[in-house]
Design a protein around this ligand. Structure first.
Ligand SMILES: NC(=O)c1ccc[n+]([C@@H]2O[C@H](COP(=O)([O-])OP(=O)(O)OC[C@H]3O[C@@H](n4cnc5c(N)ncnc54)[C@H](O)[C@@H]3O)[C@@H](O)[C@H]2O)c1
Length: 372
């Protein structure tokens, strides 16, 4: 089967990513699909219109034309108000939606009769979420880069170099949560020579990390007693905990700031789930930090947005295999054949087929099999 795929330019404030790289588009074109990208859509990620043209893509001048032309829209962020009216009945929307955080968005997608395949709920048999992983990887790696910067005196930090120098011990980095983001943070900090400790509550995970990490990374059980002890001596504390489907626990309460050294830097990667420091408040790249009790907080909710080129390529690497299945087989067949992709179906032809979304807004829930 041949599908017409449209990739609009993202219009959400400060969003520089695009849903498809020229390399990804070329794969779709090679299999006989037609790909249309909005002119200038890749500029924020360093991909020119010429790059797309070389990949066999056709450029369209406006967002309206892209929505009008395509059977499947590939995006990064959820559609926002000006896009609602452009979506056609039966059109496939393959993007991040995070429906449970917006009733307005959910109702709009019910009304327009589109087929909403949400990146964030595509789920592998082991329960992992393959289309969220790349962004956790980016945020985890970035947390050390940002933390190192704010540890510099000019930014208010304690004034230490992560790796130290000969004759001067390295800085101490504490990572709360040894999942995807925490592990990537640990690799970066260890690579720079820091003295790293990962705290988690999952002993199996810590056994694994202990096996694979270099000698300057230790593991420690996460509990209030241990955290209170460790924060007094650590320069950079990275929060990367996640309890699936729940708000992040406040494992660093406000009173712990008083026992930290002035100039300690906290980076809360978990900010998008409410944050694991009690004092966390979401910030933006334009104004990323604030200081409480002489402790610097970096709490940017969309860290990957600062490195759109890396993020765009990482996202396409993960989303493309599913996009190829949808394009080759049509969404119904692809979701019938692939249980992981089927879990991505959230709203289809006016019906809410993902339980968590229906529950969030007290809407009726239809079995996903009923729409296949
Ligand atoms: N800020 C951003 O830009 C950004 C980008 C991507 C992801 N994130 C967020 O980063 C967070 C981490 O994501 P992930 O993919 O690494 O999750 P993950 O599920 O891979 O890892 C979470 C880890 O936290 C551990 N954990 C749970 N409770 C704990 C506790 N009390 N103490 C210590 N560890 C605990 C779990 O055992 C697990 O190992 C999520 O909240 C995610 O939404 C933020």
């Amino acid at each position: 089967m041949k599908m017409i795929i449209g990739v609009p330019k993202e219009i959400k404030n400060n969003e520089n990513r695009i849903a498809l790289t020229p390399a990804g588009a070329a794969e779709l074109v090679k299999r006989g699909h037609e790909v249309y990208v909005q002119a200038g859509g890749g500029n924020g990620s360093g991909f020119t219109d010429e790059d797309y043209l070389h990949a066999g893509v056709k450029m369209l001048p406006t967002i309206e034309k892209v929505y009008e032309t395509a059977e499947m829209i590939m995006k990064v962020k959820e559609p926002i108000e000006p896009e609602y009216k452009l979506i056609k009945k039966g059109q496939i929307l393959y993007t991040y939606f995070h429906f449970a955080s917006s009733e307005r968005l959910t109702k709009a997608m019910i009304e327009n009769g589109s087929v909403c395949l949400a990146y964030e709920t595509v789920e592998l048999p082991d329960g992992s979420l393959p289309l969220l992983v790349p962004m956790s990887e980016v945020a985890g790696r970035m947390s050390v880069q940002e933390g190192a910067k704010y540890l510099e005196k000019t930014f208010g930090g304690y004034g230490v170099l992560l790796g130290g120098v000969p004759g001067v011990p390295p800085a101490k980095v504490l990572i709360l949560g040894g999942g995807i983001a925490g592990t990537e943070a640990a690799k970066m900090a260890a690579g720079l020579g820091a003295d790293v400790t990962i705290m988690d509550i999952n002993l199996r995970r810590m056994r694994y990390l202990d096996d694979i990490m270099p000698a300057n990374v230790k593991t420690m059980m996460s509990n209030e007693y241990n955290i209170r002890d460790m924060v007094q001596t650590h320069d950079l504390i990275i929060g990367a905990v996640l309890i699936p489907g729940a708000k992040a626990p406040h494992i660093v309460p406000r009173d712990m700031l008083k026992i930290m050294r002035p100039g300690t830097v906290l980076v809360d990667v978990s900010v998008d789930q409410g944050g694991c420091f009690e004092t966390t408040v979401a910030t933006t790249h334009a104004d990323p930090t604030f200081t409480i009790d002489d402790v610097i907080h970096y709490c940017v909710a969309n860290m990957p947005g600062a490195v759109p080129r890396t993020s765009t390529i990482a996202l396409t690497n993960a989303t493309l295999p599913y996009a190829l299945q949808i394009a080759d087989k049509g969404w119904k067949q692809a979701c019938s054949d692939n249980l992981s992709l089927r879990k991505g179906l959230n709203v289809v032809d006016g019906k809410v087929v993902y339980k968590g979304v229906a529950e969030a807004f007290n809407l009726s829930h239809e079995n996903v099999e009923s729409v296949l």
